[in-house]
Ligand binder design. Structure first.
Ligand SMILES: Nc1ncnc2c1ncn2[C@@H]1O[C@H](COP(=O)(O)OP(=O)(O)O)[C@@H](O)[C@H]1O
Ligand SMILES: [Mg+2]
Length: 503
């Protein structure tokens, strides 16, 4: 036989698309060319495949070998085609039965000695293989657990090229990988509990509201008041991920090469350092991978010491905060990663940290404070729902005030409020827009009058107008109220005010 085919997959965003690997071996000047891969990658794949085949004890044909990766229009990146190329080459010479390649998806990077290295996106590949009707997925053993966790396709983890050949010849038994029993209780178990946070009733309430409706928060206060502590406890009160959300989250982590070998049930919490690059935050790069905003999908993106972040870097968050996904433009194509996050930011009110503090004098000049606060991106501020002051604790709060409520109790109220939203509109309040927003957040009588006055007095923009309504809806849901009442709206308006940003 002179032409043989193997089935493989490649990542596009967090989805794996099918790629057919076609190998033609013909008489003629000995050579090895690959078409359908970007230039640099072709060079590398060729060398690895050639050397790995001979180092595994097989013969690389001394003929004209042409590999075609189809479809041609699809941009194929990464070294995951090494294994299917090698196996299709070996199928031409009969070392592997061509039949055995028909129903198997194959991915894996070869090392020069014929060993297999793991690839990114194993779970996405398994999902793609299932969708394409492939019966089996053959991939490096280090990826097997992750790939098996989604189910619906038989997954075989392989160590070496030799082992792959023997397996396809039916010569050896490779144990089928099975899904590890993933622990759903992981979703609610976190070491960090709200019971540890003394005082800060206002901030605790704000985070409960944020969790209930998926709203964005900015906390401001002096150093050591508990901002970081509070933010880290937010994932612990979010409602558990649905199965569908779990799969989405796991796919993103898989595509980033951060798969854990099982489905992820815990809400992500990502706290990138303020020196992070634009592509680190948004994703991308050659051989693109998801960034922090996508790794936080369905969870919390925490920007600690917010004004320290590069403004230009933060601009990339504008689209995901509005649309729930990031688009990455590439030379050949654009791709998109999901990125629906609850944004939590924390900052000191001024460079020294004590502006507005009742006990300690602030050493900053008015100009310094202005410059400091000016570092915060306006468009991003416009996407914050809840502005929260986190003041220094009083002596009484520090020395054994009342016992604080544990996360488990807060979580129940949050879950009930989310349930209300799901029943009413299918999505969290933070994503309400247009007609659905007007319908869910209709105001009557007193609340309409209050809102009208507030719009004039506070100079709300169109965007912040909508944000107040969404937050008021969430507060009403926490209260079990069908309609937004004056007290709900008043509390929502209260979160627009911040002592330091008003000055
Ligand atoms: N409200 C609080 N309740 C209990 N401990 C607190 C509180 N605020 C601060 N702490 C203690 O101070 C440490 C620093 O708090 P942190 O959250 O890092 O402050 P910030 O981020 O506001 O500077 C915490 O690890 C905790 O031990
Ligand atoms: Mg901090």
């Amino acid at each position: 036989m002179s032409v043989c085919r193997a089935q493989s997959l490649t990542l596009s965003g967090i989805d794996a698309l099918p790629v057919e690997v076609e190998v033609d071996v013909s008489a003629g000047l000995p050579g090895f060319s690959i078409v359908g891969l970007p230039d640099a990658a072709v060079q590398e794949a060729r060398e690895r495949v050639k050397v790995a085949i001979s180092n595994s004890g097989y013969k690389f044909p001394t003929k004209k070998v042409i590999v075609n990766l189809a479809p041609a229009h699809l941009r194929k990146e990464g070294p995951a085609f090494d294994l299917p190329i090698a196996l299709a080459v070996l199928a031409v010479s009969g070392a592997v039965p061509a039949e055995s390649l028909k129903d198997a998806g194959i991915v894996g990077e070869l090392s020069l000695d014929g060993g297999l290295r793991g690839v990114r996106g194993a779970l996405c590949m398994a999902e793609g293989a299932r969708r394409e009707g492939l019966q089996r997925l053959v991939l490096p053993v280090s990826n097997a657990n992750e790939a098996a966790s989604i189910g619906g396709v038989k997954v075989y983890g392989i160590r070496t090229l030799r082992e792959a050949v023997d397996f396809l010849c039916g010569g050896n038994e490779v144990v089928q990988a099975v899904a590890e029993e993933s622990d759903r209780s992981e979703s609610v178990e976190t070491a960090e509990d709200f019971a540890d946070v003394a005082g800060q009733r206002f901030a605790r309430r704000a985070l409960e509201v944020a969790a209930s409706g998926g709203h964005n928060v900015l906390m401001s206060g002096p150093p050591g008041s508990g901002k970081t502590m509070l933010a880290r406890r937010l994932p612990g009160i979010l409602p558990p991920l649905t199965l569908d959300e779990s799969i989405q989250v796991t796919k993103v982590h898989s595509a980033a090469g951060e798969g854990k070998g099982a489905l992820i049930h815990a809400r992500p919490f990502r706290a990138p350092h303020h020196t992070i690059s634009t592509s680190g935050l948004a994703g991308g790069g050659s051989n693109p991978r998801p960034g922090e905003v996508s790794l936080a999908h369905h969870g919390v993106l925490f920007l600690d010491e917010f004004p320290e972040f590069n403004r230009a870097t933060l601009e990339v968050l504008r689209q995901p905060l509005e649309d729930g996904h990031v688009t990455i433009s590439r030379v050949a194509a654009t791709l998109s990663y999901p990125a629906r996050v609850t944004l939590v930011c924390s900052m000191n009110p001024c460079p020294c940290g004590y502006a507005g503090d009742k006990r300690r004098a602030c050493r900053c000049s008015a100009g310094q404070i202005e410059r400091y606060q000016g570092r915060i991106s306006g468009p991003l501020l416009d996407r914050i729902d809840l502005f929260v002051d986190v003041p220094r604790l009083t002596r009484q709060e520090l020395r054994g005030g009342e016992a604080a409520e544990p996360s488990s109790v807060i979580r129940e109220r949050v879950a009930a409020a989310r349930e209300t939203q799901t029943l009413r509109q299918g999505v969290p309040n933070s994503t309400l827009a247009g007609a659905r927003l007007r319908e869910a957040c209709a105001l009557r009588g007193d609340s309409e009058a209050l809102f009208g006055a507030a719009i004039d007095r506070m100079g709300l923009t169109g965007r912040s107008h909508d944000r107040v309504l969404r937050v008021a809806r969430t507060i009403a849901d926490l209260d079990g109220a069908g309609e937004i009442a004056v007290e709900h709206l008043a509390e929502a308006l209260n979160y627009r005010r911040s002592s330091f940003l008003d000055r």
